[in-house]
Design a protein around this ligand. Sequence first.
Ligand code: AMP
Ligand code: GLY
Length: 423
Amino acid sequence: MNILILGSGGREHTFAWKIAQSPLCESLFVAPGNSGTSEIATNVNIAVTDFQSIKELVLQKSIDMVVVGPEDPLVLGIHDFFLNDDELKQVAVIGPQEKAAQLEGSKEFAKEFLFRHNIPTAAYESFTAKTVEKGYLFLETLKPPYVLKADGLAAGKGVVILNNLEEAKAELKCMLVDAKFGQASTKVVIEEFLDGIELSCFVLTDGKNYKILPTAKDYKRIGEGDTGLNTGGMGAVSPVPFATDEFLNKIEERIVKPTIEGFQKDNLPYKGFVFIGLIKVGDDPKVIEYNVRMGDPETEAVLPRLKNDFVEILQAMVDGTLDKINIEIDERAATTIMLVSGGYPEAYEKGKEITGINAIKDSIPFHAGAINKEGKVVTSGGRVMAITSYGNTYTEAIKKSYQSIEKLYFDKMYYRKDIGFDL
Ligand code: AMP
Ligand code: GLY
């Protein structure tokens, strides 16, 4: 089988690493890819939203399956683009169709879905510029902190949490009236604040059957002790120690099952990954958000624990035979630590040479914002590399990653030294 992965981050390097191990994979392409994927696949310099160029590549290389990494092409309808094209419709696409991708593309759509199917989540109301006065009144009925979410995709920056009522009102006006997040904030969802510890749950579905992958915990803030600005994720641990069998059972019964049944009831075509962002409130899981893709950096800790042939699983998602698959998970813990460019998530420099990668023996260095340039590996993004290790315990795995990081260097390299501190 010839396979194309869309994306260029640590998640896509991990997909490529896992897919390249499958005897079912004949040739592997990544668009646009990074320095890590270039070692195990052929990178093609095409943007993930350039559907016409993707079509040409798929036809030219006789691609059988496209695995979509990030949300943008899914929300823009890449799966439907393939189904509606006579030359492409027999090519398998891993990822939901446009209608279902709205679960990530619109916070309001996701909240309506959750309430329609009685899935536990925070209370909410949504507002537009026309109803901004009602939004102020709604905020007055809530207790702080106040959670404001731009309805559309805002590159992970669309959620603002504030402690002060006047600031919350000003932020609401800024989003709705002054279009702080452009089109993405023409609608704003205001939510009840949920207090608890977060975790990520990953589900594979063929639209009717599902399989649950190991849970992971992501560290979103840039600073130690979970302080400072939000990032795409600074590290991840799998499994999550506080996710006991009893708690996992609640997640499956109250959240995963009604979600997959909801896809069928609402006619949402879904063959792909469902990333359910959860929060443990008391002893109960509640949904914070849906993403229609795998998490990054959670993938770098979750996929290395999957023992199955990944391509066999992806094919079962396409064929609607996921019920025949028996998921096998490595008992060991896996953790990943993200190395970022100094300054990230604000302005940072690029093009710094990364040295020492080949000296790493006890961890897997997944490349993220890193590319090949003039025979060197250089930084090309904020999140540069995710260093994954196995361990009998998560603490042992974390220690190994930190030891491996000692061997690596690039100018202004930064990473959190406290991943797992709260477990
Ligand atoms: P989201 O983009 O929806 O994942 O939100 C980003 C982050 O904001 C989440 O990971 C949570 O830490 C936080 N958050 C979102 N919604 C809530 C909520 N209702 N209560 C508490 N924290 C929230
Ligand atoms: N790590 C969180 C995300 O992928 O959205």
